[in-house]
Ligand binder design. Structure first.
Ligand code: GLY
Length: 350
């Protein structure tokens, strides 16, 4: 059943130069696809994965292009294959791309849309919690290299994002729980949430409003720093360790599980650097544990490998950089010393 647009929550993402785009949140949001596509778009390339199983109706001629699953398929080869398939179909600048799936699909489909013919309009239909509260919003697209996660990409803002909360029922339980890792992050970085009493506020919201609250936080941060010259980096809270764990463990951990461990690590690091107190570390552990997410390093993790990966992180332009909590809130902190990193590893080892 299609929800009327009136039952959906609409959050605008304001960008510079008067540009903005809507994020529609709620059960049935995907049925608004035809209305949010640029009216001039003649044909639509729908990028998805077989396992997603969510169908969309763009309301004009369309063709489905499936990509592989998992981080192993999130690479330049997949983008090249998509672009070749677009070319063989004859897709051009009067057409559009729609990415239907989780963060992997919107990152890869978004990058193909960004580079094919130097940029086609894209709409994201986000079907996972992780995608709805983070990956699909804000225009980041990208793929992995063997050397690290998301090392190649482009900023390419969508024309609209549809967060259809009814599709969350199709997500396997472990993946749904993984999305809670990104949700945990918003307990610590959201200005609106912080202003209205912290984590309890998010905890108390029903799903549709909780997703909308995260989208509002993300929209405000993206609006203040669309291309991540500084402030937007706070959206990577918990991600420096998370990305390293995902690469080092060859993706045994799901992204949100790795983010959960990364949040606790970042809290321990901030404590060691005198930026926060024990109570605030305990608050991080409480939020992560309330979402039933891991907070210790997986057995066999090699800290020296993780540190080598920290050095290759995109944020590390001036010594190893972490996003850390502190008296002014969460912010990037440059030049973190190895001794502090090692002691924080010890504190999150089982
Ligand atoms: N996922 C982090 C960002 O969009 O900036």
């Amino acid at each position: 059943m299609s929800a009327g647009r009136g039952e959906l929550i609409v959050v605008e993402v304001p960008l510079g130069n008067g540009r903005n785009y809507p994020v529609l949140i709620g059960d049935g949001a995907r049925h608004e696809l035809a209305s949010v596509l640029p009216p001039s778009a003649r044909r639509v390339a729908v990028v998805t994965q077989r396992c997603i199983g969510v169908t969309v109706d763009p309301g004009r001629q369309s063709r489905v292009f499936e990509i592989g699953s998992g981080e192993g398929a999130k690479n330049l080869h997949t983008v090249e294959q998509l672009c070749s398939q677009f070319a063989r179909w004859g897709l051009n600048r009067s057409d559009a791309v729609v990415a239907v799936g989780g963060g992997m699909v919107t990152d890869v489909g978004g990058l193909a849309a960004a580079v094919y013919h130097r940029g086609l309009p894209v709409v994201h239909v986000s079907t996972t919690l992780l995608g709805q509260i983070d990956a699909a919003i804000g225009g980041k697209t990208g793929v992995n290299l063997p050397e690290g996660k998301n090392l190649v990409g482009a900023f390419h803002q969508p024309c609209a994002v549809l967060c259809d909360t009814s599709t969350l029922a199709t997500v396997p339980p472990r993946e749904l729980r993984s999305g809670l890792g990104e949700l945990a992050k918003y307990h610590f970085i959201g200005p609106e949430v912080a202003a209205s009493g912290g984590g309890e506020t998010l905890d108390a919201l029903p799903l549709q409003e909780r997703v909308a609250a995260c989208v509002r936080i993300k929209a405000a941060i993206v609006a203040s720093d669309e291309r991540e010259s500084e402030r937007r980096a706070i959206l990577n809270y918990g991600h420096t360790l998370a990305h390293a764990l995902e690469i080092e463990g060859e993706f045994d951990l799901l992204h949100g599980e790795a983010v959960a461990i990364g949040l606790v690590y970042a809290a321990e690091l901030a404590r060691l650097l005198g930026r926060i107190d024990d109570e605030r570390v305990a608050e991080h552990r409480r939020v992560v544990s309330a979402y039933d997410l891991p907070q210790v390093l997986p057995a066999g993790t090699r800290p020296e490998e993780l540190v080598a990966l920290f050095e290759r992180d995109k944020k590390s332009t001036d010594g190893v950089t972490f996003v850390l909590d502190g008296p002014r809130g969460v912010e990037p902190v440059r030049g973190v010393e190895r001794a502090a990193m090692d002691e924080a590893f010890r504190r999150i080892s089982s």
